[in-house]
Design a protein around this ligand. Structure first.
Ligand code: MGD
Ligand code: MGD
Ligand code: SF4
Ligand code: MO
Length: 671
């Protein structure tokens, strides 16, 4: 029996490997044995379609040839030494273990001396990270799962949690079905399976959440429902935020959001009078060019009503299983371990001394983000791109541009499976995955879990941290990377967090799972900001016109690009084909019937999709994005690489598209 954390979503369910089967771990403190379907089929797909040996080709026209690990390290050493640090770029993932992330980050920021490293969290959690830091001074989630047990109101904003965080949503639903008086609000342009379980579904126009939240603040202010003593003692920026909110009276907001005015009052009522209100939000609020503003507008409501700790919490749902661990290790282009930042001198010198490297080694300027890096490759300024544990040939926006960059750059792909990005690579490195290596991951509520090894990796696959350690040795940094196990990496990395908000220093593999921080991160209502207070922000709205709005997102049983879940016939059942969800009235106007194939156009390209009717707001369309080259359906050829100005997170949830119906009939002319 070996414990591990589920390799899929950020709920972070504690699981057990028992004789080749997966079970929930009843002793896991955060998730208590609960699990959904996805990990049950993990044993079946673990060894299907794996990368087994390092492979190389000089030119992308040639076929790959198998090489041994020594040759792979030689190629890499030569390459890394021949290029300047600004010509290198690393793109990693929230699905790596904390040990992997720490070693890679140390190697890149400390020893290659470049901050050109980013993670797929840029497409995911970068927005709430920025918003949390602006509002509270740190991006640690303020509450924990225990708060789901005694709250009476839950607001799911831009989250299809029944599909995407199922164990968490069902925990709340269970209380409701057992007769407790609980309000669930869902804010989503689509009547999702989650929305169907809500008491109040606010089906607004996409991207107008800021208007809704401002209008609620307007009502709370006008009706004397602000918690003034909380605001006076613990909040800055109230006046400025109110001044902006007053531009959105409910009547106007109802027109912009295209929702009944009464719903805005109903929602405001819950903020005013619930016992305890938790807001849970995800990519519907994050993946927007106004994402940080949307997040802040929701956080404003919590601060204005004092809904923190015993009265509630703004709780951003983490997408990937270890995006939290990545944040602890500072894996974005500006981060350093222990919630540190390259822009702060004391943080750099701490890490330089800790890593025993000369002062001034770590660059003070954040590196480029992944979408910027794509442009820099095309400008010939970045020449080597090393991708670890992510499949960007499918998941980055504006794919035509991405593919062009991938064709041009010297590309290293380090993955467990042959994924869609591999076809662009020069060098393929086979990685061990969950269960084939040891390490830790942190779930959404800050619980750190131990992930044990229960099977050998296939072929010559190696743990990610080990691959970088071996390379570092060959680059001459051996004494700094002399780890002989992931446990040794953990013992080192935890010291970087001592005395920090995310203090892991007292944890050890033997006594996990354990949560860092107290139940409420800001229990004493002291915030790690300059003033010690939290902060409200003015949240202006910018309207975006669109013909049809294309929303992209997830399916119930598939994990992103389906490298694992897509290989299980059980999980694929009912999800064999991509689709386009459409409002039947829009369809009728265009002469489309269910089952028709239509073309969606944007960026001067089109994608062909089968129409499915559903309850989605008019002039909105929804399509899942994870179906790759094998399905000839590359949704991210349609999305643009426009990003939020603060978080640099791309706008994946709002693309103005048009629809073309093409029906072919051929008649045979007979003489
Ligand atoms: N089954 C499954 N679960 C997963 C994943 C998976 O691949 N498959 N991936 C994990 C990861 S990494 C992540 S980040 C999470 C994502 O989890 P979610 O964010 O819940 O999933 P999405 O389907 O991307 O989008 C959620 C909802 O946002 C809505 N939305 C779009 N635009 C707007 C808007 O402007 N306003 C509002 N209010 N709503 C809007 C969409 O209609 C959609 O229903 O899921 C995690 N869990
Ligand atoms: N249009 C659109 N695009 C989106 C989104 C959207 O909502 N709409 N959502 C975005 C979000 S939130 C996210 S998180 C991304 C996800 O996008 P990606 O991270 O690109 O997608 P995954 O399929 O999860 O890719 C994970 C890869 O890691 C590999 N892998 C698994 N375990 C290991 C391991 O231990 N080591 C190594 N080296 N490899 C391993 C898998 O085989 C797979 O190839 O997509 C983003 N893109
Ligand atoms: S809810 Fe998420 S973490 Fe839990 S078993 Fe399902 S996919 Fe895994
Ligand atoms: Mo994500």
């Amino acid at each position: 029996m070996v414990p591990f954390q589920c390799p899929y979503c950020g709920v972070g369910c504690g699981l057990l490997w028992v004789e080749g089967r997966v079970r929930g771990d009843k002793n896991h403190t955060a998730t208590k044995g609960e699990l959904c379907q996805k990990p049950l089929y993990y044993p079946k797909v673990m060894k299907k379609g794996r990368l087994l040996k390092p492979m190389f080709r000089d030119s992308k026209e040639e076929p790959f040839r198998e090489i041994d690990w020594d040759t792979a390290y030689e190629i890499l050493t030569r390459k890394l030494k021949s290029l300047s640090e600004e010509e290198l770029y690393f793109y990693i993932s929230g699905q790596l273990m904390t040990e992997d992330i720490y070693v890679i980050n140390k190697f890149v920021k400390g020893f290659l001396k470049t901050n050109n490293i980013d993670a797929n969290s840029r497409l995911c959690m970068a927005t709430p990270v920025s918003a949390y830091k602006l509002a509270f001074g740190s991006d640690g989630p303020p509450c924990t799962y225990e708060d789901l047990e005694d709250a009476d109101t839950f607001v799911f904003a831009g989250s299809n949690a029944l599909w995407t965080h199922p164990v968490l949503f069902k925990r709340i639903l269970k209380r409701k079905l057992e007769g407790e008086s609980i309000n669930i609000v869902v804010i989503d342009p689509v009547r999702t399976e989650t929305a169907k379980r809500a008491d109040l579904h606010i089906q607004l126009r996409a991207d107008t959440d800021t208007v809704l939240f401002n209008a609620v603040l307007y009502i709370l202010y006008k009706e004397g429902l602000i918690n003034h003593s909380f605001v006076e003692n613990y909040v800055e920026g109230f006046e400025e935020a109110i001044r902006e909110a007053l531009k959105y009276p409910p009547e106007l907001a109802s027109r912009i959001c295209q929702i009944p005015e009464g719903q805005i009052y109903q929602f405001a009522e819950l903020f005013a009078h619930s016992k305890k209100l938790i807001s849970l939000w995800c990519q519907g609020l994050n993946q927007s060019s106004q994402g940080v503003i949307k997040n802040l507008a929701l956080i404003n409501l919590h601060l204005a009503t004092g809904r923190l700790n015993e009265r509630g919490c703004p709780f951003a749902l983490t997408g990937q299983p270890n995006a939290m661990g990545g944040r602890e290790m500072g894996y974005l282009s500006n981060g350093l371990p222990g919630y540190r930042d390259v822009r702060r001198e004391e943080d750099r010198t701490f890490m330089e001394d800790f890593w025993r490297i000369p002062r001034g080694s770590i660059k003070p300027k954040p590196g480029h983000t992944i979408t910027e890096a794509i442009d820099l490759i095309l400008e010939d300024r970045i020449k080597l791109l090393w991708i670890v544990c992510t499949n960007p040939a499918i998941t980055l926006p504006n794919l035509q541009k991405v593919w062009k960059a991938f064709e041009k750059v010297f590309l290293v792909v380090q993955d467990a499976y042959w994924n869609d990005t591999c076809q662009f690579a020069n060098l393929l490195l086979p990685a061990a995955q969950m269960g084939e290596k040891e390490g830790t991951m942190t779930g959404s509520d800050r619980t750190v879990s131990y992930c044990g090894k229960f099977t050998e990796p296939p072929g010559e696959a190696k743990p990610d941290w080990f691959i970088f350690t071996e390379l570092a040795k060959r680059m001459g940094y051996g004494e700094h990377f002399s780890y002989s196990s992931s446990g040794e990496v953990f013992e080192e990395l935890k010291k970087t967090t001592e005395g920090r908000l995310c203090d892991l220093s007292s944890l050890s593999y033997q006594d996990l799972p354990r949560r860092w921080g107290s139940r409420w991160l800001y229990e004493g209502l002291e915030f790690p900001t300059k003033s010690g207070k939290s902060k409200m922000h003015p949240t202006p709205y910018n309207h975006k016109p669109a013909d049809f709005i294309l929303i992209t997102g997830r399916t119930k049983n598939q994990w992103h690009t389906m490298t694992r879940t897509g290989k299980s016939s059980e999980l694929l059942k009912g999800e064999e084909e991509p689709y386009l969800l459409m409002n039947p009235e829009d369809a009728h106007e265009l002469g489309i019937v269910e089952g028709d194939y239509v073309e969606i156009l944007s960026n001067r390209v089109s994608v062909r999709l089968k129409v499915k009717f559903g309850d989605i707001k008019r002039r909105h369309l929804f399509a899942p994005f994870g179906y790759g080259f094998a399905y000839e359906c590359l949704i991210n050829t349609l999305t643009r690489d426009l990003t939020d100005p603060i978080s640099k997170e791309p706008e994946l949830k709002f693309t103005s598209v048009s629809i073309r119906v093409r029906r072919f009939v051929s008649y045979e002319l007979k003489e």
